[in-house]
Design a protein around this ligand. Structure first.
Ligand code: HEM
Ligand code: HEM
Length: 232
């Protein structure tokens, strides 16, 4: 039985190892901080600050939080790639979507119908189901890499010519997008791309927990997936 096959017999399986779970929750926290502070950088709600910047430093604090969370987020993703190599088979599902397998496409079609309430019988999966996997790769991984590339390109404008951020990102991202304002706009749009993921992700995690006869949220806490009802 592979991680992508529906479970036939097991009633409890250890799926997500501790480092992966720790990454999940740190990453979730970092992304929430990045969204709130990023939104405030793009749309500051406060009036113009009067007086010496050092006396209030409001935007400075918001940007500091954004950049701190950005490093946690980026280093976290690097660690997550490393864990895909050294962790168990489920640790690779985030990055390797088996689109060459017919059963995967059949599973995807079933999940779409299941989420639309057109199919009443849930399928059980040890790892991610095919629809979850598509969203995790297509929305989260792609969105996260895009935000890291555009974010560090903007950051490199501050650290300046010759810094590693400038050499690795700003030097080619700015010419590609045309100018700094365009990178700001795309980085801002990238946030909404990830917001869509987070809203859908939290909804389906809770929905599956209730409806699909298998544990979800507690699985990302303890690592164990429990199955209820009949084992088909
Ligand atoms: C989930 C990931 C992220 C989200 C949701 C996010 C969101 C945002 C948003 C909405 C803005 C305002 C853009 C504007 O309207 O001008 C922004 C600005 C910025 N972000 Fe991010 N960001 C993320 C990751 C990163 C990363 C990894 C870095 C790397 C250091 C970064 C660096 C920056 C910089 C330098 C700015 C411009 C700050 C300024 O102009 O004062 N961001 N971010
Ligand atoms: C807020 C930002 C969040 C982000 C960016 C996020 C991202 C992710 C990612 C990338 C995965 C795949 C894990 C892997 O294979 O390494 C995942 C799995 C999971 N997340 Fe989140 N998550 C967030 C919040 C949450 C919250 C609040 C919950 C609980 C309500 C949650 C519940 C889960 C569950 C249950 C799984 C495993 C699903 C399965 O086994 O198919 N996540 N999440």
């Amino acid at each position: 039985m592979t991680s992508q096959e529906p479970s036939q017999t097991a009633s409890a399986v250890y799926v997500y190892e501790a480092p992966l779970r720790l990454w999940h929750w740190i990453n979730a926290g970092a992304i929430v901080v990045l969204m709130i502070t990023g939104y405030l950088i793009g749309n500051p709600p406060w009036p113009l600050q009067i007086g010496q910047p050092s006396n209030h430093y409001l935007m400075g604090d918001v940007r500091f939080l954004h950049f701190t969370a950005a490093y946690v987020f980026a280093i976290g993703l690097l660690f997550r790639v490393y864990w895909a190599f050294v962790g168990n088979a489920h640790a690779r599902e985030l990055f390797i979507v088996p689109i060459w397998k017919k059963t995967w496409w059949q599973g995807l079609w079933h999940e779409i119908r299941w989420y639309l309430f057109l199919d009443r019988k849930p399928r059980k999966y040890i790892g991610h189901n095919p629809l979850a996997q598509s969203a995790m790769f297509g929305l989260f991984v792609v969105g996260a890499v895009f935000q890291i590339i555009t974010g560090f390109a903007l950051y490199g404008e501050g650290t300046g010519y010759g810094s590693w951020q400038y050499n690795l990102f700003t030097s080619w991202v700015m010419p590609l997008f045309g100018n700094s304002q365009n990178v700001h706009t795309w980085h801002h749009l990238g946030m909404w791309y990830l917001v869509i993921f987070v809203i859908a992700h939290v909804y389906v995690a809770v929905r599956e927990d209730i409806m699909s006869q298998q544990s979800m949220v507690s699985t990302m806490v303890s690592g164990w997936r429990y199955f209820r009802g009949d084992q088909s």
